[in-house]
Design a protein around this ligand. Structure first.
Ligand code: BDR
Ligand code: CA
Length: 308
């Protein structure tokens, strides 16, 4: 599977990147970075660092450093000031490519028709690319989006999940673009999908550099989740989307196609993913909405990635 990944690399993005970069059947042709969890400089450095840990020379391109129309609102309170749990990781030896992430997205999608585009961050780069090159919508084979919350509670406001909230105008463009979207909302990583204390200990016991990295860089996120949702499980939204992208047949246990629209203007519901679950609008479906995953298979994929 050929894959292009757009990411605001912080702690859970890093795990998702490693799942793809280390997978024998996935060929990641490019990574583009975007501002979101932290600044573009931080997300780009974190993507490069993660690629280096995986022994990958995949090209990394820095894209948009802010949302299209609203001000940036980072999530450093959740992922740490550097996005990777402030563990003091060294500076990666490689730098990002010269080319901008938006033009790189256009070029790589055109050069790899039918490839899978996985988005793990705000949709700014993808929207800007679509505005410049609407033909991308029919060139992408699958577009797996970690974003939204399918008519359920948000994590940054009661109504919205972070990636869509951060750049709601971009998200609106992407959902209306005709891309073959598979939406993996925030609710999919919650509950049983989160790694409990025993599962974290089992992962730690693998004693590989990546097992330690996965847990250490997410230590701030775990503390923040405890405070926000009162859970002692490590919730990993981007890895759930990556698991769907890599092994959909075994991972997705329920999904359905719906019309999904993103609210961009209302201060109360900015970034809300409104899923027409009962088809009351009559608008044609524009996304396959993942409703449930096999959490055991998902966790197995995390541990497989940590072992490679
Ligand atoms: C999403 O927002 C970020 O904090 C995570 O990296 C993930 O992409 C979850 O809402
Ligand atoms: Ca992310």
């Amino acid at each position: 599977m050929r894959m292009i990944i757009d990411t605001d690399t912080a702690s859970d993005d890093a795990v998702a990147l490693a799942m793809a970069l280390n997978h024998p059947e996935v060929d990641v042709v490019a990574i583009t970075t975007v501002a979101g969890n932290c600044s573009l400089e931080d997300t780009t450095r974190n993507a490069l660092y993660t690629a280096e840990l995986c022994g990958s020379g995949v090209p990394v391109y820095a894209g948009a450093d802010r949302p299209m129309l609203v001000e940036a609102g980072f999530a450093t309170w959740f992922h740490g000031m550097d996005g990777l749990g402030d563990q003091g990781y060294p500076t990666p030896s490689r730098s990002a490519e010269e080319e901008n992430g938006v033009s790189a997205l256009i070029a790589h999608i055109r050069a790899n028709p039918g490839s899978t585009l996985v988005t793990l961050g705000p949709l700014t780069n993808v929207a800007l690319a679509l505005v410049q090159a609407p033909d991308l919508a029919r060139l992408v084979g699958r577009c797996v989006i970690m974003g939204g919350a399918a008519n359920t509670v948000g994590n940054v406001t009661p109504a919205a999940e972070f990636n869509l909230w951060f750049d709601p105008h971009a998200a609106r463009i992407v959902f209306a673009s005709g891309l073959p979207i598979e939406m993996v909302g925030w609710e999919i990583c919650r509950g049983e999908a989160g790694l409990d204390a025993t599962e974290r200990a089992t992962l730690r016991a693998l004693d590989t550099p990546l097992a330690h990295f996965f847990l250490d860089c997410n230590s701030t996120a775990l503390k923040a989740s405890r405070q926000q949702s009162g859970t002692n499980r490590l919730e990993l939204p981007d890895p759930t989307a990556m698991a769907v992208a890599i092994d959909k047949d075994r991972v997705v246990t329920a999904s359905s196609r719906h019309y999904v629209e993103v609210e961009a203007e209302s201060p109360l519901t900015r970034g809300m993913s409104v899923v027409d679950s009962l088809d009351v609008t009559g608008n044609p479906a524009n996304a396959e909405v993942v409703q449930a995953i096999d959490t055991d298979r998902f966790k197995q994929m995390i541990s497989e990635a940590a072992r490679r």
